[in-house]
Design a protein around this ligand. Structure first.
Ligand code: NAD
Length: 485
């Protein structure tokens, strides 16, 4: 299966779309917008006040959870389900039927079926939760087919893939958003709120991570893996660098105003060795003789990757990745400024602020920290988290993420994360690998906004109106599947 076509192949394959637009004398997408343009703060109004029709591509573990959550949002209709595995499609169709969902989505089954869905399918939005290597090809195809692309993390794996999404989104004036649910976590939202209230003073440093002990599902050491996990393990075994940077990094970017008043300048990345995983075992047990990795084994990902990013405004960010060590789960979520600091896992804070009558030489007491957490809770978390927790999905943040993109499209507001945010944080995969392989040399990070980062304001404190969306907490049901992803 060819999952990662190069730019040339892609352009060949989609030339008919450009030709069709030329014949029509313009470059309009099917919503009537076109002619290209910057996508920051772009309010897409093509679906304002209309029903939003969604097609899912990749409905394994994560995609099924998304089907369940999205099925509960009024004004959204799931019209298509696509997976290469027919069982995944049937499983989700059955779940929808058992839940008395009114629409029977159209089936798209097979390795290449997503192309038909993206080119001709009846949906407005393509929601992609395939393995990583397919994210960018699916998103690009969706944009070219005139559909909004919502893409799981990590949405693109290289700088070139990231530019292709930027160019397609701009050309067709169609939003492309990375589905970074951690932006909507309680502490991440709290930190954003504190930042906008000026509680940190000037933010000068942040730290994020994906530290998740996944040894249980790593074939050489665990016992609970299944075939679905092999793709992820294979990705990690084939690369160095941080291939899953966004859970820690994107919330930091939203709070620090990356691409909005500041931008990434360069990074350095350092990695230890693979002490907890065994590449030889993987090669022997999981690679066929025909697999090129069998003859030419790449140096596998180390256990811990640590990357430092410098911004053009002189701020620093640390981001880590470790999925193979016996460490408690952490995204770190540290935001530090000239007047205070918050970190997470567990939640701690300290502020030099008269209202807390303290100095930041030690962490606030648990009671004082709880007071901060309650007093400065993000309004959206206050309004929506009870319902979101009931639905499930990483403590509620998954449902808040879905509510937000639906709200924005229904109301013609800009989505919370744009294609430049996707590009800047996804390209970190390739750039960290480059730095690690060059002995931790500094590597420049492209400015995907082409200078427009100077002109746009940081993300604000947003919300949704549940009543206006037709949602009441009595109507939602617990999503057991989403709890397990
Ligand atoms: N944001 C989060 O918190 C979070 C959590 C879990 C997973 N994820 C992401 O979601 C994505 C999916 O992860 P998962 O755990 O569900 O993996 P999975 O293996 O369970 O699901 C992937 C699905 O994609 C399907 N697929 C593979 N090739 C396809 C093709 N050519 N066309 C259509 N479908 C195809 C597979 O059959 C499978 O059903 C990954 O990118 C992962 O990183 C994100």
């Amino acid at each position: 299966m060819k999952t990662n076509m190069n730019r040339r192949d892609f352009l060949k394959g989609t030339a008919w779309m450009g030709a069709a637009a030329m014949v029509a004398g313009c470059q309009m997408n099917r919503f009537g917008f076109g002619q290209g343009g910057q996508m920051q703060d772009y309010a897409f109004t093509g679906l304002k006040g209309k029903k939003i029709r969604v097609g899912f591509v990749g409905i394994g573990s994560r995609g099924s959870g998304a089907v369940h959550r999205v099925s509960m949002i009024p004004g959204v209709e799931i019209v298509a389900l696509c997976d290469k595995d027919p069982a995944a499609v049937e499983r989700n169709l059955k779940w929808l039927a058992d839940s008395k969902y009114k629409t029977v989505p159209k089936k798209y089954v097979g390795d290449e079926a997503y192309k038909e869905l993206c080119d001709f399918g009846e949906c407005d939005v393509v929601y992609c939760a395939t393995p990583w290597a397919l994210h960018q090809p699916v998103a690009l195809r969706a944009l070219l087919g005139g559909k909004i692309a919502l893409v799981e993390v990590t949405s693109a794996l290289t700088v070139d893939e990231s530019w292709e999404l930027v160019e397609a989104s701009e050309k067709w004036r169609i939003p492309c958003m990375q589905l970074e649910n951690c932006v909507y976590g309680e502490i991440e939202l709290l930190e954003l709120n504190l930042a906008r209230l000026g509680m940190f003073g000037e933010i000068n440093h942040a730290e994020g991570a994906y530290i998740h002990d996944l040894r249980e599902v790593i074939p050489s050491v665990g016992t609970h893996y299944n075939t679905e996990w092999i793709w992820r393990y294979g990705e990690n075994m084939a690369h160095k660098g941080n291939r899953y940077p966004t859970h820690g990094l994107v919330p930091i970017c939203q709070t620090m105003g990356i691409n909005r008043g500041d931008r990434f300048d360069y990074l350095v990345s350092l990695e230890n060795g693979p002490h907890n995983v065994n590449y030889e075992y993987f090669k022997k047990e999981f690679l066929t003789d025909a697999d090129p990795r069998k003859k030419d084994p790449p140096a596998a990902m180390g256990d811990m990757n640590t990357t430092l990013i410098k911004t053009v405004n002189g701020k620093s960010i640390m981001v880590q990745h470790d999925v193979s060590s016996p460490r408690p789960y952490s995204r770190i979520n540290l935001i530090s400024g000239t007047r205070g600091i918050v970190r997470d896992f567990p939640f701690q804070c300290a502020f030099e602020d008269k209202c807390f009558d303290g100095k930041a030489h030690g962490w606030f007491s648990d009671a004082k920290a709880a007071e901060v957490r309650e007093k400065y809770m993000h309004p959206m978390w206050r309004d929506v988290s009870d319902m979101a927790k009931k639905v499930g999905g990483h403590g509620g943040m998954d449902f808040i993420m879905d509510l937000r993109w639906v709200w924005c499209l229904q109301n013609g507001e800009p989505l919370d994360m744009d294609v430049y945010d996707l590009a800047a944080t996804s390209c970190i995969c390739e750039l960290t690998e480059t730095s690690v392989r060059k002995g931790s040399k500094p590597v420049s990070i492209p400015d995907f906004t082409r200078g427009n980062w100077r002109n746009v304001k940081p993300w604000g404190v947003v919300n949704v109106d549940l009543k206006k969306m037709g949602l009441d907490s009595g109507g939602v049901k617990k999503d057991e599947a989403a709890l397990s992803v």
